[in-house]
Design a protein around this ligand. Sequence first.
Ligand SMILES: [Fe+2]
Length: 152
Amino acid sequence: MIILPELPYAYDALAPVISAETMRFHHDKHHATYVKTANELLAKSGETPKDLETIVLDAHRAGNQKLFNQAAQAWNHGFFWTSMSPDRQSPDGELTAAIASAFGDMAGLKDKFVTEGAGHFGSGWVWLVADGSGVIKVISTHGRGRSLTESG
Ligand SMILES: [Fe+2]
């Protein structure tokens, strides 16, 4: 069974960048609904409970698009919450070097990230991904994001 995680900070902790209303909408409505629907699909299929990442990858491999869409969006939202913090932070070490190599500097990464997101038609996700060789890049997924299966 998939569990809806609590936000790791208060709903208004990221305001004014992201309002409490927006956080509630994406956590309490979007994320909660993806978790609920995925659990219903899992219960209907009688599958043994697994961790969410395994459910996403197995559903993708099996071509179970219904379950994949719900589970992937639950994973995406969960990842999103833990990718942000009300405390300003900066990358260091290998990530700083990878950002410099790929985008010139942090401002270059931000510019690429914002441009990618602004170019979306409809809903979707923008990701900073690594390909396993130290190279990072910004990619988009549309509608139901599939970062686990598209980022390598
Ligand atoms: Fe959402």
